[in-house]
Write a protein that binds this ligand. Structure first.
Ligand code: 5CA
Length: 454
């Protein structure tokens, strides 16, 4: 199902009043947090750690997570992938078939059920999806099959850190493709490549595709999508041309195989590689042209041919009547990691600065004097009008001092603030603040509404 509308919450209006919203902000910097996004997510009341590497998503954080998820979903749908939902718990036998049960090592959380059956909490789903495929798809005429889900994963990371950035439990979009031959699998890979560029552009972040190692997933063709950030875990290298490159994928035609291949190759022509793939002695780029920095891996795509289809017997009848193992790929996006990555990419000393597409609310409405009749009724009026106009607004109606309201609103980073106080009301104006530029203007409420809706 195609859904071109931006994701909206259908909450009761009462839930958007701060007096009734669970937003436990912190003034102090939590000592366990080493990087800005982790600090800010804790301070803004977005997440709380339940135990090492395992987080609860509080209402504000949950809204951002769901908005990111929806953008990721829409871009998968647009390239023809079907959403399904696989379980978090998987049987060990499937992983014994692929040979990964022993290979995956200590990162796999192994569980035994009451019948002494070996189970595991899925770190990824290649085996599970291949099992679904092999039971129901028989002929090349049913290909390609393009499937994805958005589901919690568990990896017993040796060093969970940086909050949701490297969690043990985390939320991932993982897509899987089944094609009849390499040519067609390559076309699928290109489609995903385009969808990823579009996804990250909509999320308001630059993610550079870099040649990458395939690790425990396997295969010979792979790119990581990396957001450049000093606090990132990976060391990365790229041509400085990447910094100004347009990665929005606008105007590219999905169904024009050659056109799409040319666009992908044209995009990848400049050098970009992760540490494992970068060889300083043989790098085509050096000196001032080479950007050497750190980055956050927000997506990873793999083509691995018959690595799973062969051992697991995922074959179809080809056009000539012989059984052939299908060509597969898998494509991940770290949905929960992205929440942290977006904050790393966009914050200042006062707090988070959300891109509009994923902001938990578009507008923060601040009542400078809760309890004052004129302020209360002007705020109620503004709140009602914005709600009717379909604008997501969080109304700070709390009976606390103005300084606390300003600090919290800057901390949680909504794109716009409308500040209503007794002085302005006498002159018929409100204050409109743009969180990103810091620009403040005194305008009528109607003018503010127009600017916000523009
Ligand atoms: N099956 C393949 C592709 S679907 C796969 O699992 N790829 S992955 O291992 O590269 O993971 C996909 C994405 O999940 C990564 O790019 C990263 O953004 C995110 N991710 C991986 N490990 C973690 C973690 N411990 N915490 C948060 N996000 C993670």
């Amino acid at each position: 199902m195609l859904n071109a509308q931006p994701f909206r919450f259908d909450h009761h209006e009462a839930l958007m009043r701060l007096s009734q919203f669970f937003l436990p902000t912190l003034k102090e910097t939590p000592s366990e947090a080493q990087i800005a996004s982790h600090r800010l997510m804790l301070r803004a009341g977005m997440v709380r750690q339940l135990t090492a590497g395992i987080y609860s998503w509080l209402p504000l954080g949950h809204r951002v997570l769901k908005k990111i998820e929806q953008i990721v979903r829409e871009e998968q749908d647009k390239i023809g992938f079907n959403e399904l939902l696989m379980p978090t718990i998987q049987p060990a036998e499937l992983w014994q078939e692929s040979g990964r049960y022993d290979d995956y090592g200590l990162e796999m959380l192994r569980i035994t059920d009451r019948h002494d059956r070996k189970m595991l909490f899925g770190p990824t789903n290649e085996e599970a999806i291949t099992d679904i495929f092999r039971k129901d798809v028989r002929s090349y005429k049913q290909l390609p099959q393009l499937l994805y889900h958005i589901q919690w994963k568990f990896r017993d990371e040796i060093r969970p850190r940086f909050g949701v950035m490297r969690g043990r439990e985390f939320y991932m979009k993982d897509a899987y493709s089944f094609d009849i031959d390499y040519e067609s699998a390559r076309h699928t890979y290109n489609k995903i490549f385009l969808a990823y560029c579009r996804t990250f552009a909509r999320l308001g972040v630059k993610a550079i595709p870099m040649v990458a190692d395939t690790g425990p997933i396997g295969g010979d063709l792979s790119h990581e999508f990396i957001v450049l950030a000093e606090t990132g875990e990976s060391e990365v290298f790229c041509d400085k041309k990447w910094l100004d490159k347009d990665l929005t994928g606008r105007g590219v035609d999905l169904n024009d195989r050659t056109g799409l291949e040319n666009w992908v190759q044209g995009t990848l022509v400049d050098y970009a590689a992760t540490e494992e793939k970068h060889d300083p002695a043989n790098s085509p780029i050096s000196g001032d042209d080479l950007v050497s920095t750190r980055g956050i891996e927000v997506g990873h795509i793999f083509h691995f041919g018959a690595k799973y289809s062969e051992p697991m017997g995922a074959t179809v009848l080809g056009p000539d009547g012989t059984e052939v193992p299908v060509q597969m790929g898998s494509y991940g996006i770290g949905v929960s990691r992205l929440v942290g990555a977006l904050i790393e990419a966009s914050h200042d000393e006062n707090g988070i600065i959300w891109p509009e597409s994923v902001a938990p609310y578009k507008v923060g409405l601040i009542n400078l004097r809760t309890g004052d009749d004129a302020c209360d009724s002007a705020c109620e009026d503004a709140y009602g009008k914005m709600t009717n106009a379909g604008i997501e607004v969080l109304y700070d109606d709390r009976d606390i001092r103005a300084g606390g309201k300003f600090a919290d609103m800057d901390l949680i980073g909504l794109p716009w603030q409308i500040i209503i106080g007794p002085k302005g009301l006498k002159n018929g104006v409100v204050e409109l603040k743009n969180r990103k530029t810091g620009e403040k203007t005194e305008v009528t409420f109607e003018a503010a509404l127009n600017q916000i809706s523009a």
